[in-house]
Design a protein around this ligand. Structure first.
Ligand SMILES: NC(=O)c1ccc[n+]([C@H]2O[C@H](COP(=O)([O-])OP(=O)(O)OC[C@H]3O[C@@H](n4cnc5c(N)ncnc54)[C@H](O)[C@@H]3O)[C@@H](O)[C@H]2O)c1
Length: 442
């Protein structure tokens, strides 16, 4: 076994054997403890929440948190990854930066992940013990049955791992609603509905499921919808029971402008008439990942970086990909995301081999051809992305999207640079380590 593999496995074993106090010595005081995050029932009152003897309602099992998911001290945080599992930008970039290089090493051993599936690793330098990596559908503003089912499958697959690993607290970001362009409101309904249905059957096994939002826009949507899905048996959950990070209270109108700007982008994108000129740099950057330097904009490279190209080299060789793409274009009349069809949800405990990442989704991701950031400055970041998509025979149009999203972090060049790995055939065993031949947990 190579030295690197031994390192991440040894580090994982060491960390997972530590108690909470010992772990806190590892990650310092930059974390938010679970008991500091009110449940949905308790609006953010100043007094500490009185112990619920036997919480009777699902309202006591969920929270809405606005801020950086990487500082939450929970059993697992969910990562909105891509099919390579080798890092990228957005919440994926934040989590990889905060967790450190061991996360990349373990992810590399997992042989990618298909859309709608999930795989689990250690959290390493994060306050969270584990990271559950799931790959959402690429919607680009269009939401069909396949995208909806793939997104629901992300939550189900992640919760299946929560159950298999007997985890008691988990935090979800807004999967697929960033770069992958799944409209925020339908995504929130799918997330809330899927979690609610699962919690009904498993609430005694769970202490908390946290919906961790980052954008003002998402906060408003979840704040409005949570009580529809998690009304307590005996009282109305009050609107606005949302945990805030300190600086959230300093929200300005600019944030709302920026968020609605992003929303407009997705809407215009779905009509295919988004042009690059109307966008200007957002006036205020959303909270940066806590693990990135004070002003993440400083870290932005001004060179053109294309992480999807790097991800590609982690998979099959170019000629094969080109050929597949031709075949895809020829025969592909399917619209929307990369998944060939909705795969039957694996039964609980059913072993699955480490299927290579979903090639169709990979092709879709590969079509995210370039990400370059111009003159990123402390006020915000304009990130131009070209998404070249041959959605289906009729449209076959190239849609340029330019997305200004303060919190989407420029692809970390070093991270992209190290993504040059060939996929090995390995599988993941219960403790998350990967050994050849053993069926993986997904
Ligand atoms: N390959 C690339 O060029 C590239 C660039 C940016 C992002 N990404 C990422 O985007 C793809 C997945 O798209 P996606 O829409 O599912 O994910 P995403 O683009 O990360 O957005 C998902 C949601 O997470 C939110 N978010 C961002 N940072 C944080 C944070 N620190 N804490 C909590 N929430 C946060 C973000 O506002 C959005 O609501 C993956 O490829 C992943 O690597 C890739």
């Amino acid at each position: 076994m190579s030295k690197k593999k031994k390192e991440w496995r040894a580090e994982k074993e060491r960390l997972l054997s530590l108690g909470q106090e010992e772990r806190r010595k590892e990650y310092g005081d930059n974390y938010v403890a679970l008991d500091k995050i009110p449940t949905w029932r308790h609006h953010h009152s100043r007094e500490p929440e009185e112990e619920e003897e036997n919480p009777v309602s699902l309202c006591d099992k969920v929270s809405l948190y606005k801020g950086d998911i990487t500082i939450l001290e929970v059993d697992a945080i969910v990562n909105a990854a891509n099919s390579s599992l080798l890092g990228g930008g957005g919440v994926d970039g934040c989590i990889h930066r905060a967790a450190g290089h061991y996360l990349y090493e373990e992810c590399h051993s997992l042989n990618g992940c298909e859309t709608g599936k999930a795989k689990i690793t250690c959290g390493y330098d994060l306050p969270a013990k584990y990271v559950i990596h799931t790959v959402g559908p690429i919607a680009r503003g269009n939401v069909g049955q396949v995208q909806r089912e793939d997104l629901a499958s992300c939550y189900k697959s992640s919760l299946k791992l929560v159950e298999e690993y007997s985890l008691r607290s988990v935090a979800f970001p807004c999967i697929s609603t960033g770069i992958y362009g799944f409209p925020n409101e339908p995504a929130a309904d799918i997330a809330l509905n899927t979690v609610r249905d699962w919690l009904k059957e498993n609430k005694d096994k769970m202490d908390r499921i946290i919906f961790c939002v980052f954008l003002e826009n998402d906060y408003g949507i979840y704040n409005r919808k949570m009580s529809d899905y998690f009304p307590p048996d005996n009282e109305e959950c009050e609107e606005g029971n949302v945990a805030h990070t300190e600086d959230d209270t300093k929200k300005t109108d600019a944030d709302v402008t920026m968020d609605s700007q992003v929303e407009q982008d997705v809407d215009m994108l779905s009509q295919g008439d988004l042009d690059m000129d109307h966008l200007d740099t957002p006036s205020q950057q959303a909270e940066p990942c806590t693990s990135v330097a004070e002003n993440p904009a400083k870290e932005m490279t001004t060179e053109r970086s294309d992480p999807v190209e790097d991800e590609k080299s982690a998979g099959e060789s170019k000629p094969k990909q080109e050929k597949e793409k031709q075949e895809e274009k020829k025969g592909d009349s399917e619209q929307g995301s990369g998944s060939a069809g909705v795969e039957k949800e694996k039964g609980a405990g059913e072993k699955t081999d480490n299927a290579p990442a979903d090639t169709k989704q990979e092709d879709e991701e590969d079509q995210v051809t370039s990400v370059n950031s111009k003159d990123a400055d402390s006020q915000g970041l304009e990130e131009t992305m070209e998404v070249e998509g041959a959605e289906n025979e009729e449209k076959n149009t190239t849609t340029d999207i330019s997305k200004s999203e303060g919190e989407v972090k420029q692809q970390d060049k070093s991270l992209a640079g190290t993504n040059q790995v060939t996929q090995t055939d390995s599988s993941q065993s219960k403790d998350g380590s990967s050994d050849k031949g053993e069926p993986s947990k997904e």
